[in-house]
Design a protein around this ligand. Sequence first.
Ligand SMILES: [Zn+2]
Length: 235
Amino acid sequence: MSNLQALIGYQATDKTLLDIEKALAATEERKKYMQARKFMKNAQAMLETYENKAVALTGELSRLEEQYNGVAAELKEFSEIDFQELENSEGGTAFFKKNALALADTLRSLKRDLASVREKMEAVTKDYLDLKKKTLVMQKQFKEYKEKYALVEQGKAAEVQEIRSRLAGMEKDIPADVLERYKTRRKEGLWPVLVPLKGDRCGFCSMELPRAAISKLNEKGAIECENCHRLIYKE
Ligand SMILES: [Zn+2]
């Protein structure tokens, strides 16, 4: 058998393996397993983000509360001033009243800030609890579908094994460098890996091959398309 025929046969056998891989990937078991796996991978980092946010907000809250209490105490001191007596004195009350009003303004604005931080805190707490709840659900799904998918995979294991050993038996008829290139492209998800030359173009992406490449093809049996990286052969 020529190298080329061996490679063409190899791809045809490999196709049956690819079909099984595709069918496995499309099962509900695999989808639910992958969905939970992806979720679990991100969940830990997200929970930590919420925790950090809550810590920062707690710090902000106590800082604002402290400020608020300080301003409130200052304002209370003003209320203890006997304004009647001041009215009668020389300086008058304008200065004190102005100060008291400014303090009252500050107090109001601090109150607003406090309310907004408390609101943020509530939102973060809710998000955190929701995520935690979902994490527990996904954890269960992960465990359940990991097992279920393993069983599905197991059901195909003998067939996969048989195809793999057939492929292994064919490898000796294919030049090592061509085989390696084929396997690399297959792993990258390229399919088909091997395509026929159509006129002087790649049989997959239709890119025109330079004359030098075609003479190399005649000489080597297969070359790689510079555009789509498939292996081109001449029928
Ligand atoms: Zn191409």
